[in-house]
Design a protein around this ligand. Structure first.
Ligand SMILES: [Zn+2]
Length: 111
């Protein structure tokens, strides 16, 4: 799961946030309040933002991770290993994706 601000106040670009939290109240605890400063990586403008504007999205890197793992197992075990590896890797990637989607939903529905 990745957290981001939908729009920079200056350039309107999406700002990825380098903070961890499963709910907005966890972010409030981390920032000691609703407001926090964030520097936009696109236009470099520092602005104050509100925790209520933070959104979560799935971290799409989890699925390729599963596929790569499957490939590595496959290299060790030959053709049969490749098939088994792909199945194991695919299911690991799939499982963490589902977990990620659930976390994103939890965050976006939190207050
Ligand atoms: Zn900006």
């Amino acid at each position: 799961m990745k957290l981001y601000l939908e729009h920079c106040k200056i350039c309107n670009n999406k700002i990825p946030l380098d903070v961890k939290g499963f709910t907005k109240s966890e972010l409030r605890a981390a920032f000691s309040g609703d407001a926090f400063y964030c520097t936009c990586p696109t236009c470099n403008n520092r602005n104050i933002y509100d925790v209520n504007n933070v959104l979560a999205e799935t971290d799409s890197s989890s699925a390729p991770g599963g596929a790569v793992l499957g490939g590595v197992v496959g290299l060790l075990g030959g053709p049969l290993g490749a098939i088994i590896g792909a199945i194991i890797g695919g299911s690991i990637g799939g499982a963490s994706d589902g977990e990620d989607i659930r976390r994103v939903k939890t965050f976006n529905e939190s207050f």
